[in-house]
Design a protein around this ligand. Structure first.
Ligand SMILES: *Cc1c(COP(=O)(O)O)cnc(C)c1O
Ligand SMILES: [Zn+2]
Length: 424
């Protein structure tokens, strides 16, 4: 493990800052603009900042001719024009699978699974981290940091290793063993904190103000990081043959991904890359950490924090930063939000595996089980084309299925014993 982390001031950003089409940061609440920098809160009202753009000409042909990674969309992201020439993890262009067997099991007509387990560290977090690293490089940083519920830890440690940067990753000490090992292997600084994710997040915010030379991907460079999730929406639309699905089901942790998938669909429509057909965005949470689902069902605008207690630890954020914006996106598009028990999460993992041959982590179980519940309640239209976002790999959360699964039988090494065990 790295024992010393540089604490020098960051190098000044290049005299002319190239972040592609990004022009400024805009407050999501009061719409005040501020120059591009490592800032995340509005100086006027403390509202969250979001990247503002001036898009050049972006065409289907231009995108199709680009790299087989999220950098094919670099004209729509806050990253340098030459982003593809710097070492990074090159996530994206994961499989969009037609899921006929799962569709039949759920009783829907046309269903797709966006399989983001295929990213370099096996979760969708590689998308957001790749964008954060590229922006942080342009902003003059050389250390990548984060508080994490697990997948972000993997993605940050791997991206930093590949770029030759140092990393500082903070995790709750109770994290799944697999996610600890799959971060530690990249040999950055990995600090286990006695506390839950919300404690770790608070600590990271404090450290980010003390160490201005550290790019905390989801704190001081969060506006750039968050934009990486738009690529999930872009890819789904491109892979469907340049059109939008009618329904999409998205798991919610901080809520950032859901709001950015919506933003990605909207931008594609506004830029004329797809017909701006109506779509509905649905949110999925685990009942053991369902602050956004609870607010949605109670018809409230305020998301009250909860203390998480669920096996879906990658989604266990009790005080989700983007909660109110999730409620806006879901209500605006006519979607809904539901939550499912841990037992339903495990059943969701197993259902996806046995029907489609895709082994998802607990977050994927949340998405599948929530989709099932929304269909049973009549909230998800079974006749409308639907995409489920499967955001992480089951190998990272083996503990979730540990007690449930094993060999069908254990037999002596004879053909007769196998035949008997198979009951034939
Ligand atoms: C982080 C994460 C999400 C959701 O992230 P948001 O914070 O809501 O953007 C979904 N699935 C997995 C597997 C994750 O690791
Ligand atoms: Zn503001």
């Amino acid at each position: 493990m790295t024992s010393t982390i540089s604490t020098d001031a960051p190098a000044a950003p290049a005299a002319t800052l190239d972040l592609g089409p990004a022009r400024n940061l805009v407050c999501r609440e009061c719409h005040t603009t501020t120059p591009l920098a490592a800032e995340f809160a509005c100086a006027e009202c403390f509202g969250p900042l979001e990247v503002g753009y001036e898009f050049g000409s972006v065409t289907r042909a231009g995108i199709e001719a680009g790299p087989r990674s999220i950098w094919r969309y670099r004209g729509l992201l806050p990253v340098p024009t030459d982003v593809a020439t710097h070492p990074n993890t090159e996530p994206g262009m994961t499989r969009l699978l037609r899921a006929d067997r799962l569709a039949e099991a759920l009783g829907v007509r046309r269903l797709w699974v966006k399989d983001d387990t295929g990213n370099p560290t096996h979760s969708f977090k590689d998308r957001v981290v790749a964008v954060a690293l590229a922006a942080a490089r342009a902003l003059g940083f050389g250390v990548l940091a984060c508080p994490s519920t697990g997948n972000l830890a993997n993605a940050v440690a791997a991206a930093a290793a590949r770029a030759g940067w140092e990393s500082v990753v903070l995790i709750p000490a109770s994290l799944e063993r697999a996610k600890v090992l799959t971060t530690a292997v990249y040999d950055g600084a990995l600090i286990a904190v006695d506390g839950n994710y919300d404690d770790v997040n608070r600590l990271a915010t404090e450290l980010a103000s003390e160490h201005e030379e550290w790019a905390f991907v989801n704190v001081n460079v969060r506006p750039y990081y968050a934009e990486g999730s738009k690529t999930l929406g872009y890819e789904v639309a491109e892979q469907l043959g340049w059109r939008l699905p009618e329904q999409v089901v998205v798991p919610i942790a901080s809520g950032s991904q859901l709001t950015k998938v919506d933003k990605g669909f909207r931008e594609f429509g506004e830029l004329g890359l797809v017909d701006p057909t109506p779509y509905r965005v649905f949110g999925a949470q685990a009942s053991g950490c369902a602050p956004v689902s609870t607010a949605y069902k109670a018809d409230r605008d305020v998301v009250a924090p909860v203390r998480p207690d669920t096996i879906a630890r990658s989604l266990a954020i009790g005080a989700p930063a983007d909660g109110p914006y999730v409620l806006d996106a879901v209500r605006r598009t006519g979607g809904a939000i539901e939550d499912v028990t841990d037992a339903e999460v495990v059943e969701g993992i197993r259902l996806l595996a046995r029907t489609e041959g895709v082994f998802a982590e607990t977050a994927g179980g949340v998405t599948v089980a929530t989709a099932k519940k929304l269909i049973e309640r009549g909230q998800l239209d079974p006749d409308a084309e639907t995409v489920l976002l499967i955001t992480g790999d089951g190998l990272k959360t083996l503990d979730a299925v540990e007690g449930e699964l094993g060999p069908s039988a254990t037999v002596a090494p004879s053909a007769k014993a196998v035949r008997e065990a198979l009951g034939s």
